[in-house]
Design a protein around this ligand. Structure first.
Ligand SMILES: Cc1cc2nc3c(=O)[nH]c(=O)nc-3n(C[C@H](O)[C@H](O)[C@H](O)COP(=O)(O)OP(=O)(O)OC[C@H]3O[C@@H](n4cnc5c(N)ncnc54)[C@H](O)[C@@H]3O)c2cc1C
Ligand code: FES
Length: 266
């Protein structure tokens, strides 16, 4: 179920050159949010840009009725979003999509996030921790200043390991190197991932070969985000006869049901 609710912005803070965290009050929507779901945001009241923009639920506080979003400035819509000020209202629709599946019992779980793909993993980590799961977060970015969500995971008290391409924080290299070096496959029950598709393909490779349960969150350009326009349709596997709608059937899919773009590697 999704609602249309004006969200009262509490803050819209710049965390890094192109990363912002926005918090708003939207009690009806907050009550419905599940990890991995997203909001469709109308950026401008004058409908320019016309289409809403999808942004993942980063964190939720149901008691306060608040939702946090972590967003990267990439184009016109996200640029305009940076100008939204506290006490202004944002027109939000959500929560939308099928989020991450939570386990029935506590277990050992690894979350792998790359860049702003870390966003849907924070609320997931919170919910897994409430279920007494042992949570390890692997978080990769270009450099230390891009690891803008690290503090939020540290505040949660989950184990956090970082990787940066320039070596300015944590392990130097890819977050998937960290996965292969630091995680004993036999010691984990589940893996969840979000980030660049090529990164998620490496995580899928790790999980599928070792028969570890896993889910990933996909990104596709979206128009309606409610399953009506087919703008987000894609095949999960090249041999599939039909298409899924990422906005409605996803954005979360099993790592075992999908072929991800792996950069042409065999
Ligand atoms: C389910 C879902 C959840 C998302 N969650 C987040 C999030 O939590 N934080 C965040 O920063 N971003 C998130 N995104 C991506 C975000 O929606 C786009 O970056 C945003 O719509 C770009 O809008 P714009 O007007 O700034 O850019 P535009 O001017 O529309 O586009 C600028 C560039 O970004 C690319 N782009 C636009 N939309 C997408 C998209 N959906 N996926 C990939 N590339 C895109 C365009 O191809 C273009 O190259 C999510 C996308 C989806 C589908
Ligand atoms: S965005 Fe319209 S069907 Fe998915």
């Amino acid at each position: 179920m999704a609602t249309l609710e004006p969200g009262l912005v509490i803050s819209n803070e710049q965390l890094a050159a192109d990363l912002f965290e926005l918090e708003l009050i939207a009690p009806q929507t907050a009550l419905l949010c599940q990890p991995g779901q997203f909001l469709q945001i109308r950026i401008d009241v004058n409908h320019d840009p016309l289409l809403r923009r999808p942004i993942s639920v980063y964190d939720v506080n149901q008691e306060r009725g608040t939702i946090s979003l972590l967003y990267k400035v990439v184009g016109r819509g996200t640029n305009l979003l940076t100008a939204v000020k506290a006490q202004e209202y944002l027109d939000i629709m959500g929560p939308l999509g099928k989020g991450f599946s939570l386990p029935d019992t506590a277990g050992r779980v690894v979350l792998v996030g790359g860049g702003v793909g870390i966003a849907p993993l924070l609320y997931l980590a919170r919910r897994l921790q409430e279920m007494k799961c042992e949570v390890t977060v692997l978080y990769g970015a270009g450099s230390s200043k891009d690891l803008a969500a690290a503090q939020r995971f540290e505040n949660l008290g989950v184990e956090l390991l970082t990787a940066t391409m320039d070596g300015s924080q944590g392990c130097k290299g890819l977050v998937t190197d960290l996965l292969r070096q630091q995680i004993k496959p036999e010691a984990i029950d589940r893996v969840y991932t979000c980030g660049p598709e090529i990164m998620m393909a490496a995580v899928a490779d790790f999980a599928v070969h070792r028969k570890i349960w896993g889910e990933c969150s996909l990104e596709e350009n979206m128009a309606c985000a409610v399953g009506a326009c087919l703008g987000c349709a894609r095949k999960l596997k090249s041999t599939d006869p039909g298409y899924v709608k990422v906005c409605k059937d996803g954005p979360v899919f099993s790592l075992h049901d999908i072929e991800l773009y792996n950069g042409g590697l065999a």
